[in-house]
Design a protein around this ligand. Structure first.
Ligand SMILES: [Zn+2]
Length: 434
């Protein structure tokens, strides 16, 4: 081989290796439940060490903490836990087998048909949005709220049945965190129901409000979670690339910012990090990322178009309807003037949700029922943009599968969420929000 060809071959191999799909074969997930404040401190120290991937960030007495451990570190982890008096229960033996199960698709498939029996790739979602816009030209318009770090469209739909002046507007966003796959597939379901459902209550909800729905607000990360790293959470900004070796983590971990810590409301106040090797790296300044800027600008634009009443973000997992602000708890929740209304709307939504498949959601601020956070998207929408009705869904489940929810649960999840939304809208109208 001449040297040019050799170089070319080497380059091709390098690119191939670089783009290799990360396997989580034999990665294990342990469950720890701290019983005392001492236990909490020990687990917080493990979190600080940043050696293992925490699936849950909530570390308090009685909470259910799930930690993913590399194959060769499982025994050490168990031994360490035992030595400090913690019971680490192995709940997932091989993370990759759950990932494989999640990627399963029915074999017989009419390619024209769009189904909710599998997790949809970014390309499938975007192609489908184009298709439904063609099929419903009088109702659906494609919206493009901006570009991602890697230059992808952040695409969604506007659904407007009545074309009224000064309409009531709602905005739903999903996929801000890449690995939370149940989120985009919930939103595509809602779009489809809004267009095709014959249920009278769904029809009212679809047609009373002009809906703007963006299923994947972090398209680079979402795509990356299919092609390279199933557990990817952040966007794909490489500006702070650095070595993560001191935490025994792959350097690629530093190639991303946590979009839900990057918004400009109490940015970095709590529950966020300045270390690029962490999952909740908030970025160098608030609104450093094009994806968070795109959402914020779009929200401000909607407020000029009409009466923006609803903003809902869709995440997973934990089965919760969260209310802003994410840093307040106890009596301080009343910092949000209409907290009582938000609570009532969410509680009623959760009750209705439970009726369908007996799934239990809890309601409250993140600080009260999950963990303290600042710089999140929905807190900014409430605190800075002052949208009246702002919620964040943490979808299924409570940790049995976590982000790796089996595809069989997609449709039951979607059905119960739709029920909750219909009820939340009914209560909101009853209170008089529109
Ligand atoms: Zn999330």
């Amino acid at each position: 081989m001449n040297s040019n060809i050799k170089l070319l071959v080497a380059l091709i191999i390098a690119v191939y290796v670089n783009a290799e799909y990360i396997s989580y074969k034999d990665y294990k997930v342990f469950k720890l439940v701290p019983k005392t404040e001492e236990d909490v401190d020990i687990i917080k120290n493990i979190h600080q060490e940043n050696k293992h991937i925490f699936w849950s960030d909530m570390i308090k007495v009685g909470s259910d903490v799930r930690i993913m451990v590399k194959p060769d570190e499982g025994n050490d982890f168990e031994n360490y836990a035992e030595s400090v008096g913690l019971n680490a229960k192995l709940i997932i033996q091989n993370v990759q087998s759950l990932i494989d199960a999640q990627l399963k698709r029915p074999i017989e498939r009419d390619s024209q048909q769009y189904n909710w029996d599998h997790y949809q790739t970014l390309e499938e979602i975007y192609d489908w949005l184009d298709k439904i816009a063609e099929q419903h030209p009088d109702v659906v318009t494609i919206i493009d709220i901006g570009r991602s770090v890697e230059g992808r469209e952040i695409k969604g739909v506007k659904i407007d049945f009545k074309k009224k002046a000064n309409p009531v507007i709602g905005f739903f966003e999903g996929g801000l965190h890449a690995r939370e796959w149940i989120s985009p597939v919930t939103l595509t379901w809602i779009i489809n129901e809004f267009l095709n459902s014959k249920d009278r209550k769904v029809r009212e909800l679809a047609e009373n409000v002009v809906w703007h729905i963006v299923p994947v607000t972090n398209p680079d990360g979402y795509k990356y979670s299919f092609t390279d790293n199933r557990m990817w959470r952040k966007n794909r900004n490489t500006a702070n690339f650095t070595s993560c070796a001191q935490w025994n983590l792959d350097d690629d971990m530093s190639n991303g910012f946590d979009l839900n810590r990057n918004f400009g409301y109490l940015w970095m106040a709590t529950g966020a990090s300045q270390n690029p090797c962490t999952q909740n790296f908030a970025g160098p300044v608030a609104f450093s990322e094009p994806e968070s800027i795109a959402i914020a600008n779009y929200i401000l634009g909607l407020q000029r178009e009409g009466n923006l009443v609803y903003y809902m973000g869709f995440h997973s997992y934990s089965q919760m309807i969260l209310i802003p602000y994410s840093h307040v708890k106890g009596a301080d929740v009343l910092e949000v003037a209409n907290y009582g209304d938000l609570f009532e709307i969410a509680i009623k939504g959760g009750e209705k949700l439970k009726e369908r498949h007996n799934t239990i959601y809890s309601v409250g601020t993140s600080a009260d029922i999950l963990y303290e956070v600042a710089g999140s998207g929905f807190d900014w929408v409430k605190g800075s943009a002052k949208v009246p009705l702002v919620f964040l869904f943490e979808l299924r489940d409570v940790g049995e599968y976590g982000f790796l929810l089996p595809p069989e649960q997609i449709i039951p999840n979607n059905e119960e969420v739709m029920d909750a939304l219909v009820e939340m809208d009914r209560v909101s109208r009853q209170i008089g929000y529109y």
